[in-house]
Structure formats: C-alpha cells, structure tokens
Design a protein around this ligand. Sequence first.
Ligand SMILES: NC(=O)c1ccc[n+]([C@@H]2O[C@H](COP(=O)([O-])OP(=O)(O)OC[C@H]3O[C@@H](n4cnc5c(N)ncnc54)[C@H](O)[C@@H]3O)[C@@H](O)[C@H]2O)c1
Length: 369
Amino acid sequence: MPVIPVDLAGRSYEVRVGSALLADLPKQCGALLRKRRVPIVSDENVAASWRSILQQSLESEGFEPQWLIHPPGEGAKSWRGLEKTMDWLLEQEVERGDHILALGGGVIGDLTGFAAAILKRGCGFVQLPTSLLAQVDSSVGGKTAINTAAGKNLVGAFHQPALVLADLDTLATLPVRELRCGYAEVIKYGILGDRAFFDWCEDQGAKVVAGDRAAQEYAVTESVKAKARIVAEDERETTGTRALLNLGHTFGHALEAETGFSDKLLHGEAVALGMVLAARYSARRGTISDDDAARVTAAIDASGLPSEISALGMDADGPKLAAHMLHDKKMDAGTLPFILLRGIGEAFLDKEVALDDVAAFLDEELQAH
Ligand SMILES: NC(=O)c1ccc[n+]([C@@H]2O[C@H](COP(=O)([O-])OP(=O)(O)OC[C@H]3O[C@@H](n4cnc5c(N)ncnc54)[C@H](O)[C@@H]3O)[C@@H](O)[C@H]2O)c1
C-alpha cells in the first residue's frame, strides 16, 4: 500500500492510499483512538454508503462510534455548521488528546478540521477523504476553513491532521461529475510541476474518471506526493511555492462568480477551464508555445471536463469577467498575482499582469472557439 509521509517539523503524518482502509479502521488508526466512544463527522450522502462499514469495523473492536451527520453541500461549512459541530463535540466531551474522524469530501474535512483546530484550543483529527478532490488535495496540508457572507474559506486555521486514510473504494459511490472535478486537481499537479505526470495523465487520465482502480491509485498517490512536497516546502504559503496550487483558480473564480457559484459550473470544472485559460494566456504572453497550450486543452477535454468558455453560454464580456477578479482573495496590495506557465510542468507566479490585458484576452476567448 502506498504510504506518503508529509514531513513537517514536529507534526509529520502519513497519507495511506489503498483499498478497504475504512473496513480496517481500528488497525489503521491504532493508538489515535484512546477511548471507546469515537466521534465521527460526515454528511448524508457519504453516510448513506459508508456509515455501516465504519460502524461495523469499529464495533468489531469494541468501539462505540458517535455520529454527527450534516446535510451535503457547502452550506455545512458555515458559522451555523461550525456551531452545531462545536456544540456536539463538547457534548461528546472530546478532549485535547482525542481524535475526531472526518469522513467525507472537502466540505466535511475543512469543517471538521477547523472545529478540531479551535476545540479546547486544538484537538486531534483524522481525515477519511471520500471524494477524489479530498483525497488528492483538501485532506492533505492542514488548511481548514468555513465560508462566511464575505466569501469562501475566509475564516480558518492551519491545523494538520494526525493521519489521512484515502480509501479508493469510496470513489465507487462518488457521482462521476464529482470524480471529474477531482481529476481537475490531479492533472493540475502535472501542469504546474511535473511534465512526466502530465504525460501520464494525457495517456491514462480517462481511466481515472472511468473508475479504473490501478489508474486511480497511481493518480492519487502521485498527487499526494506532489501536494506533500509543496506543503513540506511552504506550509503556510509564505514563499510562493504553495501559491502555485492556485493554478487556474483566478480565471476559474471569475467564471464561478459569473455563473453564480451554481451547479451550472462546479468548482473543479471552473478550475479546469481556468487552467486552459492560464495556458492560453501564457502562450499569448510568449512564455509557452501554442502547441503546449493546445496539449493542456486537449488533455482536459479528453477527461470530459469543460475546456471552452464560449460553450458556457454566459452573457458576459472580457471586462465583466475580469472585474470579478478584483474580489479575488489573492489580491495583494492592489495587484493580482497570476499563476502562469513557462512550460508544461513549470508554473510561476506573475505579479506583472494587467487586468485590462486579461479582459482583452477573455474577449477573444469568448468569441474564438
Ligand atoms: N483545505 C484545502 O486545502 C482545500 C483544497 C481544495 C478544496 N477545498 C474545499 O473542499 C471543498 C470541496 O470538496 P469536495 O469537492 O470534496 O466537495 P464535497 O465535500 O461537497 O463533496 C462533493 C459531493 O460529493 C458527495 N460525496 C463525497 N464523497 C462521496 C462518496 N464517496 N460517495 C458519494 N457521495 C460522496 C458529497 O456529499 C457532496 O455532495 C470546498 O469547500 C473547498 O473549499 C479545501
């Protein structure tokens, strides 16, 4: 079973990738479960398929699982969802040395992680990610947060899990549109920092989305290795390395804002389109070839993710889309850093991008393809 260490001074932990990890939970979690009662936070969709597996595996070793199950969706990552979680954890008498289990996608991981960060000034938690996005991205690296009226992920903390168990079996019940959204984050690691992995995605990416277990294991393992490397180098996003993970997010955020953060365009789909735009904009600025930009577009298209913004049917022009970027939380003292490409596998932070040039580029994109 692939085991990837996340090396952080004094707070290192493992990410294990494999099958039947949830069915083997007592053994996998070992000494982290100090008490008979085990608090587990999840959502309704995930619990419908996975609650009984966890229940049985824990009960078989004498544990008594306690469940808090949120409605699915971003709504749980809110002040209300946090309050409900904190009150419940306090009722459960969770102590600082205990570990809370977060069973779900990025929403449950981010919410539970943040609750763990502030419960009694910090208790332990274990990530049991069940979406592809959570397995390859959100469960690793310790960013936890909730959303507020002012925007997404604006209230949060860095709080690393004690262990991450990425059970590939869970991907079998994930809706395929969500699987594809997670794949956008997989291919992102290739585009931003690993040309050989991008080559693999070009070849094998469709298999990941089609449910091929070997392809999924390779994709999750390589993605976690990439994320672990980046987090070990720049845990708190201070040197710029971790910021490269935002490839495609600035363009993507503008598209999400324009489509009202709705089912019309899910976050992963927006990131996929954002990466196509980042590649094409890089080609326009002459930092990569048109051929490389076309390869990025083709690889994203081959996985079934959207790759042309003109197909979204938005009633918007370039300046309107660019205006959304002014509200991007990555704005830094009046400038908006863009993650662009010097080649496939070589992303960099460009702080010299003028928004009116981006607007002109987006106008062309809306008409061209
Ligand atoms: N902390 C980080 O570093 C980080 C990084 C990226 C994204 N995020 C956050 O992650 C969240 C998105 O995560 P997500 O895409 O996993 O969303 P999610 O948690 O909402 O899961 C997506 C949908 O799939 C369902 N689901 C999840 N696993 C399932 C399974 N195995 N079977 C059936 N249904 C399943 C969920 O109920 C939900 O309806 C966002 O809130 C985002 O801000 C955090």
